[in-house]
Design a protein around this ligand. Structure first.
Ligand SMILES: *[C@@H]1O[C@H](CO)[C@@H](O)[C@H](O)[C@H]1NC(C)=O
Ligand SMILES: *[C@@H]1O[C@H](CO)[C@@H](O)[C@H](O)[C@H]1NC(C)=O
Ligand SMILES: *[C@@H]1O[C@H](CO)[C@@H](O)[C@H](O)[C@H]1NC(C)=O
Ligand SMILES: *[C@@H]1O[C@H](CO)[C@@H](O)[C@H](O)[C@H]1NC(C)=O
Ligand SMILES: *[C@@H]1O[C@H](CO)[C@@H](O)[C@H](O)[C@H]1NC(C)=O
Length: 639
């Protein structure tokens, strides 16, 4: 009994271990999948056999106590013997009331397979599992200092043989690069950076360009992932200096090239941008030969970056509110326009970009921290009598190609990036007033080609001062779409990869919810069985031999006369006779009492209650007489 119980426990544990080893394991081969599921079911079946085996042993032990305690009809005794195969015992009121414990044990025998075989395999299912892993891996990033090391005379290649591309085209003072004191100087943004900027600016999608396979590359497989990179690059730091008509004090102080009087309603512009004051001059000198090699001596500041042009942008926004009655502009305008002017300065910027690759699309959450102006000079107007000129001061802030070549090259890359942005921003948009009308916009700026204008009215978007840094950042991030750019680099980042996988999913609670009641009940029954054995002082079984030896009672012979074939149906009258198991009273069973030496050994058998006394523990009883003694008794009888 105990061994059976322990075996059942071990098999249940085996099922648990098998399921646990399958938990979150993907199995793509259908056949293997079916096979491992069947292994689990086999374990469930075997464990059921062990548990039920244990209960049946206890049951067999227990029924004899019941037969001794109560007189039951032959019908009920039949059913009690057959209860492990025939559930009709549960319909027998006599069995339920008079043999409640054995009936209850029979219930456990019948219900255990439901829990173990039918329900327990349900703890293992196959479904989508959301897997999330955190790894440190290589992700693409931008490194502008790579431009510092890039010499156009020395081509470098990607592993696949593609030549790396710079952001900048240079002119030089010596094409061979051998003469003493030679230097390269900035010419213009490279074709690649122009193409990238144009594609991004003209795109109506408010995100940076990226490679087709960016998700697979960055996430390291078919995952969704998020990660954060940071890098230094150029950025425009914008600051609003005037809000509303006539708010010009700050503007004048900052040396703005225009004020709100240019903008609607005072002026006629709804967009006005001056973005090229202080632009690097092209050509640098009037006397250049092929490759920009200067003919003759050049000035000291030849090729120097003197200043970065500041973006001065004025926008007038249609407030969509009716103009006030006392407004001086009522004669021309029907609605109030709010002009504002902002200034953006080119700074070296620390970008922190959180990439979120989910499905086919991706998100880049960009934040920036402006560090220092790229060129630390300011442009001052110098009045010299009638002539008016601008000069960047202090001269010590110039970036000189003769002095610090790596810094010059990096500044060139920043400058090239800014220059391509500025080509989209310069110019103006003029609005003719609705009175007398008709009102229409005359556009002279490439900004109308970009997503910085409203797709409904065609006017600049109202929050331009916030959009421009973002627009610029996305233009810079778009460089990631072109892996041959020299500034593409790799960085280590913590990548949080997630994916849905079809795997086995094991729910241990479900498994143990099936097994816990089984184990509990089987254990209780095991204790009852053990206690019964102790109480009886012997073990019992229900084989044919046991039936044979316990029915050697002449009373039974008498009442069953004529029904010796074991046929079905059995005579009804006999079925309702009540029998009990006990010690046959001596006077009744006289002819079976021993004559020589064995007298006093009681004989236990089924019989009617009146002829029986209770079996007592420790008393030796005779069951079937040893053969020779039976013969002896029979002879005696004959005599
Ligand atoms: C570089 O050289 C070319 C060819 O001489 C010339 O057209 C161009 O203006 C030069 N660039 C600069 C910035 O001087
Ligand atoms: C300003 O906005 C209002 C409301 O949308 C519109 O009716 C009006 O035509 C606009 N004014 C101009 C000059 O576009
Ligand atoms: C990434 O984007 C998806 C879908 O756009 C969103 O559900 C998810 O929360 C985002 N993850 C993070 C870490 O922002
Ligand atoms: C117009 O722009 C808005 C906001 O930028 C956007 O939500 C909308 O989809 C655009 N409409 C079209 C037709 O592109
Ligand atoms: C990535 O996320 C999208 C949207 O959230 C989802 O449809 C897709 O199945 C996910 N891909 C993987 C590999 O988990």
């Amino acid at each position: 009994m105990a061994l059976s119980f322990l075996t059942g426990m071990c098999l249940a544990l085996g099922q648990h271990m098998l399921y646990r080893s399958l938990h979150h394991k993907a199995e793509n081969n259908e056949l293997t999948k079916v096979r491992v599921v069947l292994y689990g079911r086999a374990l469930a079946y075997l464990s059921n056999c062990a548990f039920v085996g244990c209960v049946i042993l206890c049951y067999r032990q227990r029924i004899w106590s019941t037969f001794r305690e109560r007189a039951l009809s032959v019908w009920t005794i039949d059913q009690v013997f057959l209860a492990t195969e025939d559930p009709s015992i549960f319909l027998n009121w006599e069995a339920i009331t008079k043999a409640s414990l054995v009936t209850a044990i029979a219930v456990v025998i019948w219900l255990t397979p439901v829990a173990t075989i039918i329900f327990s395999p349900g703890a293992l299912t196959f479904g989508d599992y959301f897997e999330s892993t955190l790894t440190n891996s290589h992700v693409p990033t931008l490194d502008f200092t790579q431009e510092s090391n890039k010499d156009w005379r020395v081509p470098t290649y990607l592993p696949d043989g593609t030549a790396k591309r710079s952001m900048v085209y240079y002119n030089t003072t010596d094409i061979a690069g051998t003469s003493p004191g030679f230097f390269d100087y900035y010419d213009q943004p490279s074709a690649d950076i122009n193409r990238i900027a144009l594609m991004n600016a003209y795109s109506l999608k408010d995100s940076s360009l990226n490679r087709e396979n960016a998700r697979l590359k960055s996430c390291g497989g078919n995952f969704n992932c998020t990660y954060t990179i940071d890098f230094l690059g150029p950025g425009y730091n914008c600051e609003t200096l005037a809000k509303g008509s006539g708010d010009n004090a700050k503007l004048n102080e900052a040396g703005s090239p225009f004020d709100t009087s240019h903008l609607v309603p005072e002026g006629s512009e709804i967009y006005y941008a001056k973005v090229d004051y202080g632009e690097f001059e092209r050509p640098q000198s009037g006397n250049l030969s092929a490759g920009g090699v200067p003919v003759g001596p050049v000035a000291n500041d030849f090729g120097c970056f003197k200043t970065e042009p500041v973006l001065w942008i004025g926008v007038s926004i249609n407030s969509t509110e009716k103009i006030a009655d006392d407004s001086p502009f009522k004669t021309a305008w029907t609605h109030r326009f709010d002009p504002y002017i902002f200034r953006c300065e080119h700074h070296e910027t620390k970008y922190t970009v959180k990439f979120n690759y989910s499905g086919p699309f991706y998100d880049a959450d960009i934040s920036y921290e402006f560090l220092a102006p790229i060129i630390n000079t300011t442009l001052e107007n110098v009045h010299d009598g009638d002539t008016f000129s601008a000069d960047a001061i202090p001269h010590s802030g110039y970036i000189d190609p003769r002095v610090d070549v790596p810094l010059y090259r990096k500044t060139s890359a920043y400058h090239a990036m800014g220059q391509v942005l500025r080509t989209f921003l310069g110019g103006e948009m003029e609005l003719t007033p609705p009175i007398p009308g008709p009102s229409y916009t005359r556009v002279d700026s490439k900004i109308s080609n970009t997503r910085l204008v409203s797709n409904i009215t065609g006017d600049p978007l109202p929050n331009l001062s916030e959009l421009i840094p973002d627009f610029y950042a996305k233009m810079i991030l778009s460089i990631l779409s072109t892996p041959q750019m020299v500034i593409i680099s790799e960085d280590f980042a913590e990548v949080n990869s997630t994916r849905y996988r079809s795997t086995f999913i094991y729910n241990p609670e479900k498994l143990w919810a099936c097994y816990a009641p089984v184990i509990l009940f089987v254990f209780i029954i095991l204790l009852i069985g053990a206690w019964t054995i102790w109480q009886d002082g012997t073990t019992f079984s229900v084989g044919f031999s046991r039936v044979m030896v316990t029915t050697r009672n002449t009373t039974l012979d008498d009442i069953s006369r004529g029904a010796c074939l074991g046929n079905d149906p059995f005579p009804g009258e006999l079925m309702h006779t009540k029998l009990k198991f006990g010690v046959l009273n001596e006077d009744n069973g006289a002819e079976y009492t021993f004559i020589e030496g064995t007298s006093g050994i009681g004989h236990c058998a089924f019989g009617v209650a009146s002829e029986l006394t209770a079996i007592r523990k420790g008393v030796p009883y005779a069951g079937l007489y040893p053969a020779k003694k039976v013969t002896a008794t029979k002879k005696e009888k004959a005599n």
